[in-house]
Design a protein around this ligand. Structure first.
Ligand code: GDP
Length: 200
């Protein structure tokens, strides 16, 4: 897919106020610093469409970008636990779970994982939450340039193996990316293009 246009539409913290258009929507989410803004800028080839971590402000908002006047790329804030009771029952921030529960236009969530790290509980719990809510998702491994090619393969294989050991019957679709080297861009955009075509 060639990106011919990428424009910021709106930021807000309420799902009810998100764009009313019935365009296919793809959400990008992960822990803070995972490389989400860099990935969005790399995919859209816009230097600062998404604000990188250094710049505070939009971190707790749902950001909609219109791509090729055809689909929405949604930049979601980093997830974390919000403690809801004294029993310290942990849950994800309400407006993130509301977004996934209510946003009917959502086609796929891309969960970003830093390829260098061991599997983290919070990422597994978040993906499990998506699974139990039947929200389709794929994993996007980020910062692949920080590892040697051989390490990339073993890290990905170990990560996916841990998923199937712990909770999932099969590992989700995944992409390996590097924003600084443009790795994975074609694959990811091609996937979105295919899904868009299957919907029309
Ligand atoms: P966000 O908080 O998830 O939006 O993360 P950012 O995109 O702001 O990236 C966090 C840090 O990781 C920044 O210092 C980026 O320069 C760095 N970073 C992001 N993506 C890559 C990548 O693909 N390769 C390398 N080497 N560094 C990256």
């Amino acid at each position: 897919m060639k990106i011919t246009s990428a424009t910021f539409v709106m930021s807000n913290s309420q799902v009810a106020l998100c764009p009313k258009d019935r365009l296919a929507e793809y959400a990008f989410i992960g822990r803070s610093n995972v490389g989400k803004s860099s990935l969005i800028n790399m995919l859209t080839q816009r230097k600062s469409l998404a604000k990188t971590s250094g710049r505070p402000g939009k971190t707790q908002l749902i950001n909609h970008f219109l791509i090729n006047k055809k689909w929405f790329l949604v930049d979601l804030p980093g997830y974390g636990y919000a403690r809801v009771s004294k029993k310290s029952k942990k849950t994800f921030q309400k407006f993130i779970t509301s977004y996934f529960e209510e946003r009917e236009q959502l086609v796929n969530a891309f969960v970003l994982i830093d390829i260098r790290h061991e599997p983290q509980k919070i990422d597994f719990e978040f993906m499990e939450w998506l699974g139990t809510h039947q929200i389709p998702f794929s994993i996007v491994f980020t910062k692949a340039d920080k590892l040697k090619a051989s390490e990339v393969e073993t890290h990905v294989a170990n990560y996916l193996a841990k998923m199937t050991e712990e909770a999932w019957e099969e590992a989700p679709k995944h992409f390996v990316t590097s924003s600084s080297k443009y790795t994975g861009r074609d694959d990811l955009l091609h996937y979105i293009e295919q899904v868009n075509a299957s919907l029309s």
